[in-house]
Design a protein around this ligand. Structure first.
Ligand SMILES: C[S@@+](CC[C@H](N)C(=O)[O-])C[C@H]1O[C@@H](n2cnc3c(N)ncnc32)[C@H](O)[C@@H]1O
Length: 228
């Protein structure tokens, strides 16, 4: 794949851990339970690199609040941080449909949600996310969701994107994680199935007239789309 480099766009700030920590310290702080969940996951769960990052949590909280969201979907729960973040950001009527296939990971999520007192806001569905999203459509919930976060198996993203586009309301936001694939997205020699799946989706979204989109180079890259 030939890479185009546009000379108009250049890096003005070199990010490093000090700057990242400064940004996190000057944003709304994580709650004690969110911090505890992160510490627990890092200490006890082998694939803890899958955790949503702190700067994403504060960003999603902000989005969910400005959307005045009541209905959200979390595609990819792991130990529960992104679902917890959504539940905490919403008023008491707010609901999260939390999709995962793993009871190993989500057993921890359930404990932290209970500890935070938000378990009644989160409906955990243990089955492939595509099945859960299709069931919501079949139950007549098209065009009713305010915020959807896609962060599960990368080869499923295209399916999750299409189903989410049906479920999201006009003006709602779909956030798609890992769209830079740790930099491999622009490496022409990187062609594993995850990179190829995300590269294809990024091109598809770019050309997609149904949405307005912005790809933010924070964390591992997050694309936000809103349905027009
Ligand atoms: C990157 S982790 C999610 C991280 C999470 N958002 C957080 O806040 O820490 C990806 C999750 O997707 C789940 N997953 C993988 N395949 C799936 C599928 N087909 N349907 C639903 N979840 C799936 C995995 O079990 C894993 O927990």
């Amino acid at each position: 794949m030939e890479q185009k480099v546009n000379p108009v766009h250049e890096v003005k700030v070199q990010y490093n851990n000090t700057l990242l920590n400064y940004a996190i310290d000057h944003s709304d702080q994580l709650t004690e339970i969110q911090k505890e969940l992160i510490q627990f996951t890092k200490a006890n769960v082998e694939r803890h690199v899958m955790l949503t990052q702190a700067e994403q949590c504060s960003f999603f909280k902000f989005l969910i609040q400005i959307l005045n969201a009541k209905k959200t979907i979390d595609v990819g729960v792991f130990t529960g941080l992104s679902s917890l973040t959504a539940a905490l950001a919403m008023s008491d009527e707010g609901r999260v449909v939390a999709c995962d296939v793993s009871t190993d990971y989500t057993q921890h999520a359930l404990k932290f949600w209970a500890k935070a007192g938000v378990e009644h806001k989160i409906n955990l569905k243990i089955q492939p996310a595509s099945k859960t999203l299709q069931e919501l459509i079949d139950q007549g919930e098209e065009n009713t969701y305010d915020f959807i976060f896609i962060d599960a198996d990368k080869t499923g993203y295209d399916t999750y994107y299409e189903l989410s586009l049906k479920l999201i309301r006009k003006g709602g936001i779909i956030a798609i994680d890992n769209v830079l694939q740790h930099g491999r997205i622009v490496d022409p020699t990187a062609n594993d199935e995850n990179v190829v799946a995300i590269r294809n989706l990024n091109e598809k979204i770019l050309a997609d007239k149904r949405v307005s989109k912005t790809l933010l180079p924070i964390a591992d890259g997050i694309t936000l789309v809103t349905k027009l």
